[in-house]
Design a protein around this ligand. Sequence first.
Ligand SMILES: [Zn+2]
Length: 136
Amino acid sequence: MSASRIGLDPEFAKKLSVFEARLAEQGIKVILTWGYRSVAEQNKLYAKGRTAPGSIVTNAYGGYSWHNYGLAADYAFVIDGNVTWNGPWDKFGKTARDFGLEWGGDWKKFTDRPHVQCTRGRTLAQMRAAAKRAKQ
Ligand SMILES: [Zn+2]
C-alpha cells in the first residue's frame, strides 16, 4: 500500500484499486498523488493564493473537502515513465463515472480533473456533524 493511501476509507481505497485496474485495461497508467488530508492541511492549502503565496488550488476550507474524510483522491498520469497532468482526462472521467465515482472534471464552478470522490449519498454537512460528535 502506497503512502498516499494512508488515512483513506478502506472501502474507498479498495474501490480505487479497481478503478486503477480499469484504467490500466485501457492502457492508462495513473498515480495517486493525494488522498487523505487533515483539516489543518486543508486550511493550509486553502490559504494558497489567498493569504499565502501561489495561485488558488482549492475552494474548500478545512472540513469542506471529501479529502478530509478519506473519501477523495487526486491522480496524475504516468506517461513514458513521467508523472504528468497532460493525459486522457476524458477517458479518466468516463471510467470514474461508469464506476460510480464522482469526478471533479464534471464540476462547473471549480473544475478539478485529477479529483475523484465517493460520497455515498452523504453531504459534507453530515460529515462535519459526525466528526464533531466523534470529538465530544
Ligand atoms: Zn482532490
